[in-house]
Structure formats: structure tokens, C-alpha cells
Design a protein around this ligand. Sequence first.
Ligand SMILES: [Zn+2]
Ligand SMILES: [Zn+2]
Length: 100
Amino acid sequence: MVPVPVRTHTVAVAYVTCPGCQVPQMVGDDLVSYQCFTCYMDVRFHTCPYCALPQSVLARWRSYTCGRCQRKVDRPHRESYPESTKAMRSEGVGYPYPKL
Ligand SMILES: [Zn+2]
Ligand SMILES: [Zn+2]
């Protein structure tokens, strides 16, 4: 059997930067969370309510510092799937709060 070549151009992916280790990686663009391939942290996506920047944040962060407007953002305790920010929309990376 000849392996079928992976047709990457048909796979929709997003490039996101892990907020834990700052390593850029490729994930499926409709994911709402993923585990970093490098540091194994759970990464989620959240849209800043102040400047509307969709960004990647660590799942364990209850609050984070927005990567663009630098404001403190509180994440809701539960996010329903349709409201979750997806990887394809992620344009930035959040920082821990307080920012180190
Ligand atoms: Zn990482
Ligand atoms: Zn912001």
C-alpha cells in the first residue's frame, strides 16, 4: 500500500502562539481549545471584551492581561461552545495577570 499523501491545503488550520511557552503552532481552525505540543498546557481562546482581540490564553488563567490593550480580563467560569472563540479567529496572545 502506498500511503496517501496528506493534502495539507485542504485542511483548515490556524497558526496560534502558545501563551505558556511562546511557541507558534498549527491547530485546526475550528478548535476552541487544544493542548500545547511543547509545554502540554491547555490553551483556550478568548475575545477581549474591551478591544475585541481574539487571543490564546491558558485554560488555568481565571484572569489574564490582554495582549493588545493590556487590560485585565476576567474569563467566565463556563463558556458555552457557540460563544467560544475559535482558533481561526485568534490573532493575539494573552499574558498572565498580573503581567510578569
Ligand atoms: Zn506551550
Ligand atoms: Zn484588549
